[in-house]
Write a protein that binds this ligand. Structure first.
Ligand code: NAD
Ligand code: MG
Length: 393
């Protein structure tokens, strides 16, 4: 039987890498539904290649454009409109596996719909977990969802951890997330105010979406990943550490009680963790060349510089604060990054917005429903947008 897949955010960096792996294994995977925000032509091309049952676009106007073009091309794919349709294609009875590759909190509701429907959920959309926190994990547990991490660090940790989860508390000492340090690891911190969006989006090793590229440059990406790891693996915040590893060959590590450390290594290409999640527990070819140790330069490691990357420690701070604080942090960061990408906020103020939003909005009660989470997200966005005004350029 083929696995029938819905790809949420199929036109993005993770979405297209996923379809690349699907293309290599037509005997094992079949595309049921695809989705994109606004990229009509890219989604049309994917519909031509994979003939899905459904294609979802974010607005009525984009949906109408896509429907027109599909008709001109004699394609039978039915076009639906987000946000409700994202939940439909994520939870549809004929779907086995959902790739969550939307960026930001916008992916929360469809990922939760997949979890509630007990799907196999391949999670790239880290913000969904940072926003959803305990509620997300409870939903996964209650509905028998198989949650497989796609973020390369979390895929590495998942592969290094003992198979039997009930042994982790006894056997596992800590986990060590590696971080590239991004494009500004060696730039004079005094000049970070002049960084342009183009510079921030030029990652040394990966070509990724614009939001995660900026997050990598500020290291908020790692902060989000610390929170993601806390939920995925049920670790205490102090069991999660970060080390800079610019070559991105070691994708992360698990330290056991006897000080043995297990690492997962590979060529830095997201098709490896994607193929791993798609086939788990089997293994399939990802299309990625393996490492050649005879050709490899040195692997280096260094501590993360707290002055250059003031956002990193916000993850531990938010995890120790009242539940819901990580939802606030994520929302503030999404607002600040969008303002930076629109050239309205200097790069070195992104963390100032995040920090000030956390200080101003402390959740009073635990968000116990999706509606409560989305409400807190909206409140935090409003606070962050107002704070960002202070530094508008
Ligand atoms: P991207 O910007 O390249 O793609 C995002 C996709 O989501 C696109 O298809 C876009 O059309 C869709 N989308 C965006 N906003 C939407 C909205 N409001 N509603 C519906 N659809 C929307 O992003 P990406 O780099 O592919 O990253 C996707 C997710 O995976 C992010 O959460 C990111 O943190 C995570 N991730 C990415 C990488 C990577 O190498 N790119 C690695 C690890 C984790
Ligand atoms: Mg990552």
């Amino acid at each position: 039987m083929k696995q029938r897949l819905t790809v949420l955010g199929s036109t993005g960096s993770i979405g297209t890498s996923t379809l690349d792996v699907v293309r290599r294994h037509p005997d094992q995977f079949e595309i049921f539904a695809l989705s994109a925000a606004t990229q009509v032509d890219a989604l049309l091309a994917q519909c031509q290649a994979f003939t899905p049952r459904y294609a979802v676009m974010a607005s009525a106007a984009h949906a109408a454009q896509l429907a027109d073009k599909l008709k001109q091309n004699n394609l039978k794919t039915e076009v639906l409109q987000a946000p409700d349709a994202l939940e439909t294609i994520a939870s549809h009875a004929e779907v086995d596996t959902v790739m969550g590759a939307i960026v930001g909190a916008a992916g929360l509701a469809p990922c939760l719909a997949a979890a509630r429907a007990g799907k196999r959920l391949l999670l790239a959309n880290k913000e969904a977990l940072v926003v959803g926190g305990a509620l997300f994990m409870q939903t996964v547990k209650d509905h028998g969802c198989t949650l497989l991490p796609i973020d390369s660090e979390h895929s590495a940790i998942f592969q290094c951890l003992p198979e039997d989860r009930s042994t982790w508390a006894q056997r596992v000492h800590s986990i060590i997330l590696t971080a590239s340090g991004g494009p500004f690891r060696q730039r004079d911190p005094a000049t970070l105010g002049q960084v342009t969006p183009a510079q921030a989006c030029k990652h040394p090793n990966f070509s990724m979406g614009r939001k995660i590229s900026v997050d990598s440059a500020t290291m908020m990406n790692k902060a989000l990943e610390v929170i993601e790891a806390r939920w995925l693996f049920g670790m205490a915040p102090e069991q999660i550490r970060v080390v800079i590893h610019p070559e991105q060959i070691v994708h992360s590590m698990v330290q056991l009680q006897d000080s043995s450390i297990l690492a997962q290594l590979g060529t830095p290409d997201m098709r490896v963790p994607i193929a791993c999640g798609m086939a788990w527990p089997e293994r399939i070819s990802s299309g990625v060349a393996p490492l050649d140790f005879t050709q490899m330069a040195a692997l280096t490691f260094e501590a993360a510089d707290a002055v250059r990357f003031p956002g990193l420690h916000l993850s531990w701070q938010a995890l120790k604060a009242p539940e819901g604080t990580t939802t606030v942090l994520n929302a503030a960061n999404e607002v600040a990054v969008a303002a930076f990408l629109a050239e309205r906020l200097p790069f070195d103020r992104i963390q100032a917005v995040n920090q000030a939003t956390l200080a101003q909005l402390v959740p009073h009660e635990r968000p116990a429903s999706v509606a409560a989470l989305l409400d807190l997200d909206a409140q935090a966005r409003a606070v962050a947008a107002q704070i960002a005004q202070r530094w508008v350029v």
